[in-house]
Design a protein around this ligand. Structure first.
Ligand code: UDP
Length: 458
């Protein structure tokens, strides 16, 4: 009987934009291959996906939740195990692709003999580098937070500092997330395999290392974002864009090619007022035209009050700089010819979107695996320069990055010979990214290999 059932994939993303966006792209990719695909999520998050997968734009009255404690959020997410099991029993999908954070999904799927795959919204490089840092603990050989060490037994002589290693790895301390990450790692080892949003040509050494040396079964299917590239809804996945996309693209239309830098720190990171002010002054000092997306914490200030900007800043910058308060149509902006560089927090989606658009990057990691992604960009691909972010930031705390560093990094990726070299390398990668997802390309082939393997298992 099972042979008669259609090939059916359950996708179960974690409820954060950086996870839901690539999964909704993956759903489109699978559907284009003729695979029946169902996204499992909560009622509050469902409109996000219906918006993304429908061609009509809708207005949602969604509320934004400020997550105060990830621990309680994960506990609440654990309550989804039972409803998920009911759905697995009822629909008997061919496989379940669940986010790494749902470690219990491996057991849930096993109960019904369904293979569980993990969706990893990050690079092979960061998966493998974090594994080596945790395993060999090189940060224990230094007493300095800022003296770089080389990641041992890892290709490429990659340097990082102790300050950039997450606290829960460094101090073996029990923080909110420690047990969760341990469980996720353990469930990963027991899972059927890993789906990675990357392409082979971007990081061949690390894709091989992850598979052959660390012995993980993985398929690369990215970059996922171009699934929506020709499709203006992309701008609306996740949230309504807070600016009319035509307005901001029209603004860009009036600019010279490669003249504008796009500055955005993803969907989670928030800076305090002094950091925002430094960014403003640094951007102005660089003389480079910019689009800057600002997200602010609800508790630190009232968005209506603009005391985080130097006085008269926006008037002075009129025509030269556009500030978007809230959500921007990022992929459309990055793809515009006028955009010539990207200041990013190195979330993997943003990093890959920047690469797929052929842009040099200023790397400004804030948390999670972003410091590893930074090393890939600056030390391996050599398409970006770091702004010098050192702290492992979970919240709006820590040392601020000074205006001079911001000005310098922006100038380095936007003007001069070094900028041209980085841009030309980035353009080469963008070309390879496009090829990877075409028929016969490495990601396209890997996705089909995965579908075939799972079909033959049934
Ligand atoms: N994004 C967007 N507009 C914004 C901010 C973010 O479209 O104003 C999208 C961005 O294109 C990316 C995702 O949100 O696809 C952010 O994911 P990423 O992994 O870069 O970072 P996270 O938000 O998870 O820190």
């Amino acid at each position: 009987a099972s042979q008669n059932r259609p090939f059916h994939v359950f996708l179960f993303p974690f409820m954060a934009h950086g996870h839901m966006i690539p999964v909704s792209d993956m759903a489109k990719l699978l559907a284009a291959q003729g695979v029946k695909t169902t996204i499992i999520t909560t009622p509050l998050n469902a409109p996000i996906f219906s918006k993304a997968t429908r061609s009509r734009k809708t207005n949602s009255g969604g509320i934004e939740i400020e997550i105060k404690s990830w621990n309680s959020f994960f506990k609440a997410a654990g309550l989804l195990q039972e409803p998920l099991e009911r759905l697995l029993l009822e629909y008997q999908p061919t496989c379940l692709v669940a986010d790494m954070f749902f470690s219990w999904a491996t057991d849930a799927a096993a109960k019904f003999g369904i293979p569980r795959l993990i969706f990893h919204g990050t690079s092979f490089f960061s998966l493998a580098a974090s594994d080596c840092v945790k395993r060999y603990e090189p940060f224990k050989n230094t007493s300095s937070d800022s003296e770089p060490f080389v990641i041992p037994n890892f290709p490429g002589e990659i340097k990082m500092t102790r300050a950039q290693v997450p606290d829960f790895v460094k101090y073996n301390i029990e923080n909110d997330l420690t047990p969760l990450i341990e469980q996720a790692k353990e469930a990963e080892v027991r899972s059927y395999g890993i789906v990675v949003n990357s392409f082979y040509e971007l990081e061949p050494v690390y894709a091989d290392y992850f598979r052959k040396v660390l012995g993980r079964k993985a398929w690369h299917i990215g970059p996922l974002s171009p699934c929506n590239r020709d499709n203006e809804e992309k701008a609306y996945i996740g949230k309504e864009a807070s600016i009319d996309e035509h307005e901001c693209l029209k603004w860009l239309d009036s600019k010279k090619p490669n003249s504008v830098v796009y500055v955005c720190f993803g969907s989670v990171a928030k800076f305090n007022n002094s950091q925002l002010k430094e960014i403003a002054i640094g951007l102005e000092a660089s003389g480079v035209e910019f689009i800057w997306v600002v997200r602010k914490g609800k508790d630190d200030c009232d968005m209506g009050k603009e005391d985080w900007l130097p006085e008269g800043f926006e008037e002075m910058m009129e025509g030269k700089g556009l500030i978007i308060r809230g959500w921007a149509p990022q992929v459309l902006i990055l793809d515009h010819v006028a955009v010539g560089g990207f200041v990013t927090h190195c979330g993997w989606n943003s990093t890959l979107e920047g690469i797929a658009a052929g842009l040099p990057l200023v790397t400004w990691p804030v948390s999670a695996e972003q410091f590893y992604n930074e090393k890939l960009v600056t030390q391996v691909l050599k398409i970006g320069v770091g702004v010098g972010a050192q702290k492992w930031w979970i919240k709006v705390v820590g040392d601020i990055v000074k205006r001079e560093a911001i000005e310098k990094a922006v100038t380095r990726i936007m003007v001069g010979e070094e900028a041209e070299e980085m841009r030309s390398r980035a353009k080469g990668l963008a070309k390879q990214a496009r090829r990877a997802i075409e028929k016969g390309g490495s990601s396209h082939s890997d996705l089909n290999a995965l579908i075939e393997e799972l079909s033959s298992q049934r």
